[in-house]
Design a protein around this ligand. Structure first.
Ligand code: UD1
Ligand code: BG6
Length: 371
């Protein structure tokens, strides 16, 4: 049921304040006078000790689910102190990459049925790793075959392009980082700030959704383009990859997510006055580096659209003529949940204006059950 919306993707983008609320329901505990703020993930509580003792955490997934894990990687590294590596499921299988008994392998999948991810799970089980699932589908193959896990509880997702599952996956993995790190006194203030950030996340996403009109106008401006680059780094490298994936898979426009730190090692050659470039430059520890990226792109007359934190417009657009999109600010590690929203809206409006099928892009399937 699409309700008042024209497409499932549109509905699923707009229901993110509610899906995120459901994802967090019963799992965040705001301290009373003596109790500290904590998270409770029922499916993991008996396994946290084992996870904390593991030598490495390996995230495994495909498509948007992989991108969600990439978005959560920095906070998991920070709060757990354990090395976190990333694997695209098919690539792990192609390489028969090493997986050890001392590893915690985390399988991220909306459907819980993706063939590559499922094969990678079988492989990790054979190699003796602790296997943790992060799935949206109760009773799915991945939920059943992992040792333990967390259901993201985002509700059914119908649009082939994943939107609300992405933001709920990030939130669950941020909660996973909080749960693993919950015994460290040194990070308690940081953890409490993140928990406060999680509580305010649905209302901040609701504010970001107000950019709908602005993103529709931007889509009109970009609809006839051949290509769109998306630059990000740090917490928002994943946002660049995921934003580009949305544009590519539904709007059928070539788009590439680029790690801004790699700009001078190739992508800079593409910059001219025609190619549109979307730069994510919200306020975090990488901000000044992103400001200098914007300056360098401006110096080459790049056609920039810059996403920044509210109030930062003048500090990102020094002397340039960029189009600026301001988004609400949250705790840095949760900012990817906000920043993807305008890009989801852009991909959606580009698709409608270009006249393509929003909910079932050509050649793609919601759940890829063959390798
Ligand atoms: C569970 C109940 C929820 C109830 C809550 C009350 C289910 C599915 N969930 O939620 O309805 O409101 O207790 O406390 O009955 N698991 C995996 N792999 C996965 C995902 C999950 O093995 O990929 C396992 C978990 O380890 C856990 C079980 O499935 O044993 C349920 O997980 P989850 O729904 O996340 O647990 P709760 O949030 O505690
Ligand atoms: C397909 C979907 O390619 O599988 C994507 O079209 C999705 O939207 C990918 O991200 C992975 O799916 P899942 O269910 O394992 O998260």
């Amino acid at each position: 049921n699409k309700g008042n919306y024209e497409h499932y993707m549109q509905k699923e983008i707009h229901e993110q304040p509610e899906s995120l609320t459901t994802t967090m329901r019963g799992r965040l505990i705001r301290g009373g006078s003596c109790k500290a703020k904590t998270v409770l993930l029922g499916g993991l509580k008996d396994h946290l000790k084992t996870i904390r003792r593991s030598r490495r955490i390996v995230f495994i997934g495909c498509g948007t689910s992989y991108n969600a894990a990439l978005a959560a990687r920095p906070i998991l590294e920070e709060l757990s102190g354990i090395p976190v590596t990333m694997e695209i499921a098919s690539d792990l299988l192609d390489r028969q990459g090493p997986i050890y008994r001392e590893d915690t392998a985390v399988f991220v999948s909306q459907s819980g049925e993706t063939a590559d991810t499922l094969r990678a799970l079988e492989y990790a089980l054979e190699n003796g790793a602790l296997c943790v699932g992060i799935t949206n589908t109760v009773g799915s193959a991945i939920a059943r075959n992992t040792h333990c896990g967390v259901h993201i509880n985002a509700g059914a997702e119908i649009g082939v392009a994943s939107t609300k599952a992405y933001t709920s996956q990030i939130v669950v993995m941020a909660m996973l980082a909080l749960a693993i790190g919950s015994d460290a006194i040194s990070s308690q203030i940081r953890r409490e700030a993140i928990i406060d950030g999680l509580f305010e996340l649905p209302s901040k996403v609701r504010e970001a959704l107000k950019l709908d009109r602005e993103m529709k106008d931007l889509a009109k401006l970009l609809m006839a383009e051949q290509s769109l680059l998306v630059f990000g780094r740090g917490y928002n490298y994943a946002t660049a990859l995921e934003g580009a994936l949305k544009v590519k898979e539904v709007a059928l426009m070539h788009s590439e997510g680029i790690l801004a730190g790699e700009m001078k090692h190739g992508p800079l050659a593409l910059v001219d006055e025609n190619l549109p470039i979307f730069v994510i430059a919200t306020h975090d520890v990488c901000f000044s580096k992103q400001q200098s990226v914007i300056q360098q792109l401006n110096a080459r007359k790049g056609r920039l659209i810059v996403m920044c934190s509210r109030g930062d417009a003048s500090s990102v657009n020094v002397g340039g003529s960029c189009r600026v999109i301001e988004v609400p600010q949250v705790e840095d590690c949760l900012q990817p949940v906000i920043n993807i929203v305008p890009l989801q809206l852009l991909a959606y409006h580009l698709t409608v204006q270009r006249g393509y099928n929003v909910d079932q892009p050509r050649n793609l399937a919601k759940s890829v059950t063959t390798e």
